[in-house]
Design a protein around this ligand. Structure first.
Ligand code: TYD
Length: 226
């Protein structure tokens, strides 16, 4: 594997998981916790759709006409390229903490695993798109595809309609990615109440990032007790 690590002053934390895993809620809570406990200046953002251009791409890919898997992969990569170039990297260069709801591992899991494109090709495409920017930590909110599907409400988008086999393969690919790169991933059990999962996320952030979280809260005590 190539070493794509590109160090920036800020911390880059990504959240991953299948549809209905609760990762969007957990990314928000983690961003708030990092701000409140460690006084981090946090940018909370997401893919697809973290920029104006990205919101157009998001509409196309989730609610537009049907398309082949390669076009789908390229649209996600285009969203990501613009998002990182215009928002994420500048924030990291400024020393901000970026919490991103989905990043390139979503493409490896959904387009690589789910759509059965070649995962290494999808990884290379995404890393080219973002000029090698790697997260410091990736949190997988782990629930089975079946549990995720049971939590979804409203009309399903193109990806949510892709079928149980697709979502099982996506979940299996996430698990495999976390096993292959244990230093970058923290797997958090997504079963339980929002508060229970949030506490597990805080423990994982403290355990894995430790002193890199830095900062002290208003009482002068080191933050981090979950
Ligand atoms: P979204 O409504 O943001 O769902 P979620 O709350 O689950 O993140 O829709 C994003 C959808 O796009 C979701 O089904 C995952 C999919 N996706 C990919 O297939 N590839 C990608 O690279 C990304 C970022 C998302």
């Amino acid at each position: 594997m190539r070493d794509e690590q590109h160090q920036t002053p800020g911390l880059f934390i990504t959240f991953e998981g299948g549809d209905g895993s609760g990762k969007t809620t957990q990314a928000k809570l983690a961003a708030q916790w990092l701000h409140d406990t460690y006084a981090h200046d946090v940018l909370l953002t997401r893919e697809p759709g973290g920029t104006d251009l990205g919101r157009h791409i998001r509409e196309l890919v989730l609610h537009g006409q049907d398309m082949g898997p390669r076009a789908e992969a390229l649209l996600y990569a285009a969203d990501r390229a613009h998002h990182v170039h215009s928002l994420v990297r500048p924030a990291l260069e400024d020393g901000r903490t970026v919490v991103c709801d989905r990043y390139f591992d979503s493409s490896i899991a959904y387009q690589g695993g789910g759509r059965t494109l070649t995962p290494t090709a999808i990884r290379d495409l995404s890393l080219w798109a973002v000029d090698g920017l790697m997260p410091d930590l990736t949190i997988l909110i782990d629930v089975t595809a079946h549990v995720g599907a049971s939590r979804l409400v409203g009309a399903p988008d193109r990806l949510e309609r892709a079928g149980a086999g697709f979502h099982d393969r996506t979940h299996a690919t996430y698990r495999q990615l976390a096993e292959e790169e244990p230093h970058r991933w923290a797997v958090v059990d997504g079963d339980g109440t929002i508060e229970q999962v949030a506490q597990r996320v805080q423990l994982a952030l403290s355990a894995r990032l430790g002193e890199r979280l830095g900062g002290r809260n208003d009482s002068g005590q080191p933050g981090g007790s979950a």
